[in-house]
Write a new protein. Sequence first.
Length: 435
Amino acid sequence: MRKEDVKKGSIYELDGVVPLKEALPLGIQHVLAMFLGNISPLLIIAGMLGLSPDLKSALIQNAMFIAGAVTLVQLYPVWKIGAKLPIVMGTSSGFIGTAKAMGALYGYGALMGASLIGGLFEMVLGFFIKPLRKLFPPVVTSLVIISIGLSLLPVGINYFGGGSGAADFGDPKHLLVGTFVILVIIIAKQIKGFVNNASILIGIIAGYILAIVLGMVDFTQVQTASWIALPTFMPVKMEFNLEVIIAMGIMFIATTVETVGDVSGITNGGLGREATSEELQGGVLADGLGSVVASLFGVLPNTSFSQNVGLVSVTKVVNRFTIMTGAIFLILCGFCPKLSALFAVMPQSVLGGAAVIMFASILVSGIQSLMRVEFNERNTLIIALAIGLGIGIGQVPTVLAQLPSWVGNIFAQNGIIMTFVIATVLNLILPGKKD
């Protein structure tokens, strides 16, 4: 392609090329937003199953590589696979509960075999998104976006306090760093131009520096990590167990719903419109393909990252070329363990300050989308019951403790699935307005 044929774009436009000096920092901003969330599921499951340190390091490295590669597919689709939207992919935390239970019984290899089958299953679901589009009217997708935002708020606060389960959770140092990041972001948002758009990145960098000054960062992991290493293909032997496949398959239905919500959140929060059937289908297909490829590299299922949806809602930066620079940076992390380690040692409270803003922005985006829906008696009843039961059960999951474990694994994880099911069923059975 000739240089003059390259279309110049704006960071606020989906297509077009943005100068690297502007695009790269905004792309890395997306990487910082999702980095801890991308490796946390692997750290949790690897620790619980007692995987070797070498294998754990290889899995983290592979997770970076896979996240970057699948993000590229979402940005620049292959055939029908990919939404052609600024969606960032990463390791799903939604599978942690099921992976804990099944991994303890059957081992990590069985999780990978089930992830392979589950990813293919999600791709099949993706091909039926268009005929099932009537299940996703604005009232349903808006409620799913709201439930994603509400379910992520506790995650953001856990980051803010230093990380769920951390020995020093709630330490004043963590609260100071998280608050400092928020203040820096607020100040940066008042300045027009690049500083405004890169406010999250600036806040995180400032918070990281403060954490270093306060002695909260241990760089031993960075010093011992190698500079260059290739991603490891099939680091664990796959096993296929029917019980694990069924349990993980049910969760793939859940992650399909969440991906539909994320795609809708991107188009609503970043583009000010509803998602098309092609975008929903492409997003889910890429989700499934990403999980298939991830399983071949020993990584838990991949999915669209809601924190990056929140980042788009905050900054309105939707340019695919800009997000692509972040995806390439992720791939480079997959080849440079030392670079990955530099992010891995960052205290969670640094991300916490930014996460609180980003996650709340998803909630605001959902509310804005819901405002386009007519608040008649029928829709008000759907909204009230979907949020009341869906979010309520997500906040008090023990209410399902006496039911079979698979029920809790699906509906008590974060309230998103229950909200979707209730909103969808009511939307189908409650009579609409008569002409």
